[in-house]
Write a protein that binds this ligand. Structure first.
Ligand code: ADP
Ligand code: MG
Length: 150
């Protein structure tokens, strides 16, 4: 299933993430594609807020993976969020720091920025969200769940 929307501000992109959170189940892997400044981190913050994770959020660019605990009663089956940034590394290094453990966590959700960097270890059940710069304040967001329409 594919869906496309245009957001007109950073807040709208955050809200898209917030609403996406409610549609995710444990074990989901979300790949965020898009150039620098497209809004990947902004969208991630919306997802984090959706799961009741409070700021400050630190960027995983240097630490590669930032893990958050989910304690919201409304999501009893989701306990952890893994925010991953593959910008600086490749497949072998990602595997060596625990990638498989994160994607196999059925009570976890993995959000990955720069999935292209580790394309060969992205699982088949990935939900792909692509962000494209439209102009200074607008972004085109396409979500592809990988599930064919019936
Ligand atoms: P990325 O993680 O993809 O590099 P960020 O989320 O860190 O991108 O940054 C996006 C930047 O674009 C922010 O400075 C934000 O204020 C700006 N921006 C402008 N319009 C939007 C929009 N519609 N959605 C998201 N970010 C936007
Ligand atoms: Mg980012």
């Amino acid at each position: 299933m594919k869906q496309e929307i245009i957001t007109a501000s950073q807040e709208e992109t955050k809200r898209f993430g917030y609403e996406l959170a409610a549609r995710l189940s444990g074990g989901a892997v979300i790949a965020l594609s898009g150039d620098l400044g497209a809004g990947k981190t902004t969208l991630t913050q919306g997802i984090l807020e959706g799961f009741g994770v409070l700021p400050p959020y630190t960027s995983p660019t240097f630490v590669i993976m930032k893990q958050y605990a989910v304690t919201l009663a409304s999501y009893p089956l989701i306990k952890r969020l893994y925010h991953v940034d593959a910008y600086r590394i490749g497949t072998q290094e990602m595997l060596s720091i625990g990638w498989e453990e994160w994607i196999e966590d059925e009570a976890g959700i993995v959000i990955i920025e720069w999935p292209e960097r580790i394309a060969d270890i992205i699982p088949d059940n990935v939900i792909t969200v692509s962000l494209e710069w439209a102009d200074a304040t607008r972004r085109k967001i396409t979500i592809d769940t990988g599930v064919p329409e019936v």
